[in-house]
Write a protein that binds this ligand. Sequence first.
Ligand SMILES: NC(=O)c1ccc[n+]([C@@H]2O[C@H](COP(=O)([O-])OP(=O)(O)OC[C@H]3O[C@@H](n4cnc5c(N)ncnc54)[C@H](O)[C@@H]3O)[C@@H](O)[C@H]2O)c1
Length: 327
Amino acid sequence: MAVLTKPLIGVGFIGVGDISILHARAVQKCHGAHLVGLWNRSSDRAAQRAREFGCSVYATPQELVNDPAIDAVFVLTNLETHLEYTQLALQAGKHVLVEKPVGVSIAEIEQMQRLAQANDRVCMPGHNYIYEASMNRTKELVEAGDLGKIVSAYVMYNIHHPEEVAKRYPGVVRQILTHHSYILLYLVGKPVELCAMKATLHYKEYTEEDIAMVQMRLENGALAHFCASFAADDHAADPWTVMVKVIGTAGSTRYSYRDHVEIKPGLVHSQTYTAYQGSIINEVKHFLENCLRRGEAPLSTLADAITAQKMIEAAEKSIAEKSVVQL
Ligand SMILES: NC(=O)c1ccc[n+]([C@@H]2O[C@H](COP(=O)([O-])OP(=O)(O)OC[C@H]3O[C@@H](n4cnc5c(N)ncnc54)[C@H](O)[C@@H]3O)[C@@H](O)[C@H]2O)c1
């Protein structure tokens, strides 16, 4: 793929819901890029966000991807439409950053992979959590063997989401355990078997799960545990708001959202966890500056998104059958 050499990379957003606010701030932090324009299904929201972000509005997604001023498209819509807009952008010759979960099925993500290859363009999953120095250091330590034999890994998420917010998403298995899956793949490796459970404890009308847990045996013999909950914040000392631990025979590491907290609401969160915005800034910089300008690979690829989706579907099967599922 030819790298981009123009002074300013042009970015377009398809979909401008909550997450677009963090992506707009991230693009602003990239000196060699700017947000050219956006499209959103409802034109009122499109006009409002365009005023906030200082960019133009396109009448259709086709018009956006056809604009030669745009080099890279961020697909920020709901999960069910990711493939449609990713396909549109790749076929128009644009590079794509697509939010997670990347696709509804393995087949959808494989199709994105084929389209990216056929059009010689980057299609990077929005796997933001791993674009953090502390995560990168953990990976280096694991890979160098400095933590000894890895015995366990934990990814915990306990962030209360009001019912009206949760209703816009699938349950926590797809919406949140996707993060856990690509984090585990990046830091430690693949599971060979897993079992999962879920419950709906907090919502009155919304019937999807608001808590889920997964136990796994990994390829390297270690065990791993995931917890994802929209049901309650963890208020206790050293809370597991978002907590990632890797424990080895010769050392261990910890990453916590609670390392940096600002006392003001952060989108749908009761407080601002600085790492949320920070990881999206790092992710967007990696996409625009490392991948598009220098030809480097994403830290987590569509192949990883496919493996993450296999983990999610295995968890769903385990829940449905009350069984241990082999991957
Ligand atoms: N990386 C993260 O940490 C993170 C956090 C939150 C959301 N997300 C992901 O970002 C994406 C958007 O989430 P959000 O929080 O902004 O949601 P949101 O509900 O605030 O916005 C959803 C957007 O999708 C659009 N949309 C919905 N149905 C559509 C359709 N049929 N056709 C075209 N557009 C449609 C809406 O107009 C809106 O722009 C989702 O894939 C979500 O999983 C990622």
